[in-house]
Design a protein around this ligand. Structure first.
Ligand SMILES: N[C@@H](CCC(=O)N[C@@H](CS)C(=O)NCC(=O)O)C(=O)O
Length: 160
């Protein structure tokens, strides 16, 4: 069974929790998963020793692989459980795959703004001043890929 080490108020934990729940509901997560809410003792006594980092989420696989980073965790599970894929296939859907990763990147930027430590250490104004121009530029840069993916989805012409 996969063991997810998470916190309720951790947005990146929420990302992985939603992913694991979806894969499990689809019957494509092999041995299933257990969601373990961490304590400071668990972080210091176990997680830091295994991954070298206190950051959440962290995942231990049933065969002993230890992962920290929400994208690493999802990519690993997608490699092992590929029947119901959440990331489009590289060989047949390369542009949709790129769009999916760009949307994930944009979501990570958005998450950053809402991180409480960002709000505490930087004023909201300075975070917004940095975030919105960067996010807008990235969005505009990615727009053609999003548009192509949307058009192909609408017309059913998935061939690349
Ligand atoms: N890139 C990482 C970011 C993880 C992250 O920033 N987690 C936050 C909670 S949402 C955290 O643990 N911050 C405290 C720390 O890094 O010590 C991921 O996607 O997993």
């Amino acid at each position: 069974m996969y063991q997810l080490f998470s916190a309720e108020n951790s947005i990146f934990s929420g990302k992985v929790r939603a992913y694991l729940r979806f894969k499990h509901d689809q019957g494509d997560l092999g041995p299933g998963y257990e969601d373990i809410l961490v304590t400071p003792e668990l972080i210091e006594g176990l997680l830091v020793g295994r991954s070298g980092s206190p950051a959440l989420p962290q995942l231990e696989t049933h065969d002993g692989v230890w992962l920290q980073d929400s994208s690493e965790i999802i990519d690993h599970c997608e490699r092992v459980h590929s029947r119901v894929a959440v990331v489009p296939d590289a060989a047949t859907r390369p542009r949709q795959r790129l769009a999916a990763y760009l949307i994930e990147l944009l979501a990570a930027f958005t998450d950053f703004v809402y991180q409480s430590d960002a709000a505490i250490h930087y004023s909201i104004a300075s975070v917004c001043a940095l975030f919105y121009p960067a996010a807008s530029a990235l969005f505009l840069y990615c727009l053609p890929a999003f548009r192509t993916a949307a058009e192909e989805a609408a017309t059913g012409t998935w061939d690349i």
